[in-house]
Each structure stands twice: as structure tokens, then as C-alpha cells.
Write a protein that binds this ligand. Sequence first.
Ligand code: ADE
Length: 217
Amino acid sequence: MAALRFDLLTLFPSLFDGFLTESILSRAIEKALVEVNRWDIRDWAQGKHKQVDDRPFGGGPGMVLMAPPVVSAVEAVQALGERPGRLIVLTPQGRRLDQNLVQELAQESRIVLLCGRYEGFDERIFETLEPETLSIGDYILSGGEVAAMAVVDAVMRLLPGVLGDAESAVDESFGPDGGLEYPQYTRPRTYRGRDIPEILLSGNHAAIARWRREHRR
Ligand code: ADE
């Protein structure tokens, strides 16, 4: 059994196709380090038209995700497997994702991610399911799918065995603006007249470490 099971609930499961079949994540899935299941919310919709969204009461623009199919989908998926897992709705109104939260999520054994579309969710979805809410930043995406991919990507790369030694996450330190703290270089040694810092060729590991500390940003 995988160390961490993700369940993604969405109206557009195929948006995750490339994400799940390319690169590090697909290797992690193959190695059974992580399991990712996709679920189409529309499969829980009622009626001939399998309707999942409708106009907002009181008027206004856009469409709102209906409570019955969404709640039924989440409850059915959570009932599968041994534990319901941590239920998270992706929404720009949610708690902001940062590396601390990513580290916390990497300790979980099951995470259920609910992706919205359109103008939002019927409020009773939140009242009934009492999910956590999570945002990947102060901007509006057209749906939660891209945000869910960010969560899965950031979390899975912290799971033991997912990254090889070469790409290990251990040495990563996040500066005030995130990312690696020091400038990095690879071949060629000279590019458009710009040479790499000579010290990096010295083989003097203490000196290189000092240079990197001094060039933290
Ligand atoms: N859905 C739409 N925009 C979003 C955002 N910024 N974060 C998470 N989910 C979203």
C-alpha cells in the first residue's frame, strides 16, 4: 500500500492526464510510493442531464456547483478505503499553501482534494462536509485543478523515496522569497561573455560553502 493516497474530485478528470503520466510523479506512482485516484463528480449527478451546476438564487453572474452531487461524491469516495482522510477544498478564499503546510500534509496517509469550477460552491457543501479550504495564492484560477496539482506535486516530492539522491529535497532551504538561496550554474562555463564564479571550480568545498552563504538571497 502506498504511503500516501490522494483522491481528486473534479468535473474535468482528464486535466490531470499529463500531470499523472509524465515525470517524477508517474515514477512515484509506479513505485507505489503514492497513489492518485481521480473521480468525476458528474458520476454522482442525478437526472438525464447529469446536472452539476445551476444559477445562483438571488441572481448574479455565473453558475454555482450544486450540493447534492458534490456531497454525494465526496461521501462515497471518503467511504472507500480504511480512513476518510483529510478533506481539502481548493478555493481562492482558503488558507494559503506554504512549505510548512506542505510538510504537514506529507505526514498524512490520505488526502481528498475537491476541485471547484465556475463561480463557486453552494455554501451547504461547506456546512455539510466541513472541509479545510486551501488557496495557492491571491489570484483567481478558472478551477481548483491547477491548485490541486500544485498540492500533489509539492507534497509527493517530500515522500521518502520519491526523489533520487541527485535531486534530493534535503539540502533545500527556503529563503524569504522561496527557492534555492544561492545562485547556481551549470555548463557552459562562459555564456554570452559571462563567466561562472571561479570559486565553484576550485574544488575547495569549505570555500564554496562560504561563497554560497555570502550570496544568499
Ligand atoms: N480555485 C480558483 N482559484 C484558486 C486559487 N488561487 N487557489 C486554490 N483554488 C483555486
